[in-house]
Ligand binder design. Structure first.
Ligand code: CP3
Length: 337
């Protein structure tokens, strides 16, 4: 088998810096927009042949080192019986407002309730078998999943989940623990279906103080990572706006910490122990600069990360109107490193 540079970066034996992009599949590609003429977003996620196509589209444009399975972090909540729509942002018809409502939901048998994602991964594993591309799985972290289940949509102030955490903390901890068990099983199933590294997105945990992160978000994340480690599944942990949470992320013991762009990569590297691989961190909006400027800025990141276990990525997902030439300049800079 050819060397998979992303996996090699976990122990620092990679020959050059690997690269992939969060949200590399999707609306910035005209070929994805063409798929969206025929299918809704949820249909795309649930039709394995089409999800495989959406996952591979970015690879035909850019020679990056990872392929992420096309799906969404909210699919498991839908499988629990929560009615979900994308418009284009996610909307749940009946957000959770009481612990009884949560208890009435079923923690789904993954293989039975989410078979399409596992089938997409199996097909991608076949597609990628003679390549050096790493197949990436992903999941939402319990706190971010709970945020959506309770707020019902992307929220500005997170009043519903935050007020719950101070009004009835034990109830919220029960919800988070239930979602942790679901997530741990979901990661195992993805790994069995071919995912070689799984990224946990805790997008909204950045809203928490370090103290509340340790109280509410960390226990579930830690449990999931401990379970994954016992099964030999490497894990990346990402938090948006999470510089102040780095000490907590280190306590979760992931293989990779994925960082946003709000602080320089040097600031992040100074806090994170050398044994942990770091992934990041160009501001996705920087890709609206010229390809030459993108190259120069990316080189600065690579220079600062020299000698460390490192995977080049953005600090958050690619924005839908990003120009293709700049994405190419970003990826090529890693290929030339
Ligand atoms: O290349 C990839 O990364 C594709 C797979 C992927 C999607 N969503 C597809 C998607 C992944 C890894 C995600 C993760 C995801 N989804 C997160 C965590 C990462 C992050 O952004 O912080 C979150 C919070 C969600 C929830 C979600 N899904 C939102 C808030 C939205 C709407 C926002 C937007 O970008 O419009 C989505 C929709 C979504 N998920 C789209 C895609 C391609 C756009 C849907 C469309 O094409 O109409």
């Amino acid at each position: 088998m050819k060397d998979k540079l992303i996996l090699k970066a976990l122990d620092g034996t990679n020959s050059r810096v690997p690269v992939w992009l969060m949200r590399q599949a999707g609306r910035h590609l005209p070929e994805y927009r063409a798929l969206k003429e025929k299918y809704t977003f949820l249909e795309l996620c649930k039709t394995p042949d089409v999800a495989v196509e959406a996952s591979l589209q970015p690879l035909r444009r850019y020679d990056m080192d990872g392929v992420i399975c096309f799906s969404d972090i909210l699919v498991p909540l839908e499988a629990m019986g929560m009615k979900l729509d994308f418009n284009p942002g996610p909307v749940f018809e009946d957000p959770i407002t009481s612990i009884e409502q949560f208890r009435a939901l079923e923690l789904p048998p993954i293989k039975q309730n989410i078979p399409h994602i596992l089938e997409t991964l199996e097909k991608l594993r076949d597609e990628l078998k003679d390549t050096n591309k790493t197949l990436l799985g992903f999941t939402g972290a319990p706190y971010t999943l709970a945020s959506y289940a309770i707020e019902g949509k992307t929220s500005k102030h997170f009043e519903a989940i935050k007020s719950w955490s101070y009004r009835a903390p034990n109830e919220l901890l029960e919800i988070l623990d239930g979602l942790s068990d679901l997530t741990a099983r979901y990661i195992e199933a993805q790994h069995e279906a071919g995912a070689e590294l799984v990224q946990i997105f805790d997008t909204w945990a950045g809203q928490l103080s370090l103290e509340d992160y340790r109280r509410f978000a960390l226990p579930g994340t830690k449990k999931i990572i401990e379970n994954s480690r016992s099964k030999g599944i490497p894990i990346t942990l990402y938090i948006n706006g999470g510089y102040h949470l780095i000490p907590g992320m280190i306590e979760a013991k992931p293989d990779v910490i994925s960082v946003d762009w709000r602080r320089s990569i040097s600031d992040y590297l100074a806090l994170i122990p050398e044994e942990i691989c770091v992934q990041g961190n160009l501001d996705p909006a920087f890709l609206f600069a010229s390809p030459q400027e993108v190259k120069a800025e990316t080189k600065k990141i690579l220079e600062a990360a020299k000698g460390r276990k490192f995977i080049l990525n953005l600090g958050h997902g690619l924005l839908p109107t990003t120009p293709i030439d700049s994405v190419k300049a970003f990826v090529d800079t890693a290929l030339e490193s």
